[in-house]
Design a protein around this ligand. Structure first.
Ligand SMILES: [Zn+2]
Length: 311
């Protein structure tokens, strides 16, 4: 009896040893740890929310620019640079949104880190002539590429579909079922917002925002971009007295009901314009997720705040 148990123990120990040696040999062969969960870094939170829904627990998803901070201005810490360099895949917006991260992202790409650039899979909007207000800054001129693609759920749908393909080819992660589900939900979200916009008189569909951040939304749902307090697509452009005078005139001429102050908007400037023109000043979250962390809640809040504000 005792001898039988001893034989069993020796056999068990041998099996464990063989398994261990086998595992180590495998790791040495591939040069990477296959048991390690793949790591995906997304540059900002709104795109990150959709990526998390797509990937679920099939990879570890982390976000570079903390939610609520300005992706146009944020610069990474040493720890964040390391996370980007070690990622199995970096997912970025592109079109200059991550200007503070640009050097880090380029260095990672040069080191061979794999990238997915969301704006490669959408029809890129350019700032139209007569949009916004005249500005001396060349970067903000008509024709500049607009990075704010997340305000259009149909752009997000294209991105989900393209990303699902790349996750499979680059990381061997199959998210086809999640991708189908997400795309249906994005279609439904789009339909829901279209229906809500229908209730708003066409003459009221005029947008004045803190910066030129609502172009894709306006294009999708038939709003007119009247102007921005900071002319241009980033939050860093300068604003002049002449620009503001021009904007006030546009607000009055177009009977704009509300000005939407957002990330990076000077509240004092927005308030002054509101008082002089009679337009309400309403806070609009355009660059950050709500408490529940959901893109769907973000987009619904965005649409409802605009529709209610302009009614
Ligand atoms: Zn912006």
């Amino acid at each position: 009896m005792v001898q039988q148990m001893r034989v069993k123990c020796i056999l068990l120990a041998m099996v464990m040893l063989v398994t261990l040696v086998g595992t180590l040999a495998c790791q040495k062969n591939t040069g990477t740890n296959n048991n390690r969960q793949k790591s995906i870094v997304v540059t900002y939170s709104i795109l990150g929310s959709v990526v998390k829904e797509l990937v679920g627990d099939k990879a570890k998803v982390s976000i570079s620019v903390p939610n609520g901070l300005d992706p146009h201005e944020w610069a990474p810490s040493a720890k964040e640079i390391e996370a980007i360099n070690k990622a199995d895949l970096v997912i970025q917006n592109g079109l200059g949104l991550e200007s503070g991260l640009e050097k880090t992202l380029k260095a990672a790409r040069d080191r061979g880190v794999k990238f997915f650039t969301a704006s490669d899979y959408i029809t890129v909007r350019r700032v139209g002539s007569g949009e916004g207000i005249p500005s001396g800054d060349q970067d903000q001129a008509a024709g500049a590429e607009d990075p704010h693609l997340w305000t259009d759920p149909m752009a997000m749908k294209n991105i989900v579909s393209a990303l699902a393909s790349q996750l499979k080819s680059d990381l061997g992660i199959d998210v086809d079922a999640q991708s189908q589900d997400l795309q249906v939900r994005l279609d439904n979200l789009n339909q829901e917002i279209s229906n809500e916009v229908e209730s708003l008189p066409p003459d009221n569909r005029n947008l004045v925002t803190g910066h030129e951040s609502m172009g894709y939304f306006a294009q999708r749902y038939g709003f007119k971009l009247i102007g921005a307090i900071i002319p241009g697509v980033s939050t860093q452009a300068e604003v002049s007295a002449a620009d503001l005078a021009e904007l006030k005139k546009l607000i009055e001429d177009n009977h704009v009901k509300a000005i939407f102050a957002e990330l990076g908007t000077s509240t004092a400037v927005a308030k002054a314009i509101g008082e002089e023109t009679g337009a309400k000043v309403i806070e609009l979250t355009t660059h950050g997720l709500p408490k529940d962390g959901s893109y769907f809640s973000f987009e619904r809040n965005l649409a409802r705040t605009i529709i209610d504000g302009l009614r």
